[in-house]
Write a protein that binds this ligand. Structure first.
Ligand code: SF4
Length: 194
């Protein structure tokens, strides 16, 4: 089995300068530790491609909380928000009644990673990745597999492997939110998880 945490550490050790990283971020509370840690290694642009979040008021709420954290971080991190896609829920509809973590989520990870990859490629980023592996509800192996496939198939930006919950990441992330007190949602995002 792949140890993506170790692969990530090796990638960081091998850096000789701060490359540009397009980082998919799903919400503020999941981004606390990953952004704090990664900002010392990369020039980061946060990419908020999250049309999976339903309804749009919730999408906006999570975005505001993320912006609140970026302000507090006071680091040169850009934020890019693609247009909210109202048709996104329809794409997940064939798997509406499956429990979380199965095909609906696999599709949802793939859509958002592909979108991140395309943006990173078009805008000449050296790396792309996602912070979603901070959550124990997300399949980190599958996220890393998808990211590495995109890189391999197209030879565009490199995928930054990650399992942010490891190396005490999950606990640090929780501790950060004791200070920041960002809104923590009680469902993953889509209509079906709500
Ligand atoms: S539960 Fe979360 S990851 Fe799964 S399809 Fe819904 S929004 Fe996407």
């Amino acid at each position: 089995m792949n140890n993506y945490y170790k692969k990530h550490q090796k990638q960081i050790e091998d850096l000789s300068y701060k490359p540009r990283l397009l980082l998919h971020v799903c919400c503020g509370p999941c981004s606390l530790y990953p952004l704090y840690y990664l900002k010392d290694h990369f020039r980061i642009t946060v990419y908020y491609t999250n049309s999976n979040i339903y309804p749009i008021a919730e999408y906006d709420h999570r975005l505001w909380e993320l912006e609140r954290y970026l302000d507090a971080l006071d680091a040169p991190i850009e934020l890019v928000m693609p247009k909210y896609d109202v048709s996104y829920q329809k794409r997940l509809a064939p798997y509406a009644f499956e429990r979380e973590g199965l095909r609906r989520c696999a599709k949802c990870y793939a859509y958002r990673l592909k979108d991140s990859y395309e943006y990173a490629k078009t805008h000449n980023f050296e790396y792309f990745s996602t912070i979603m592996s901070i959550s124990r509800h997300k399949n980190s192996d599958y996220l890393n597999y998808l990211g590495s496939k995109l890189e391999e198939e197209d030879k565009g930006p490199k995928f930054l492997f990650a399992d942010f919950k490891k190396g005490n990441g999950e606990s640090l992330n929780k501790q950060f939110n004791h200070v920041m007190k960002l809104y923590e949602q009680n469902y993953c995002g889509c209509l079906y998880s709500k």
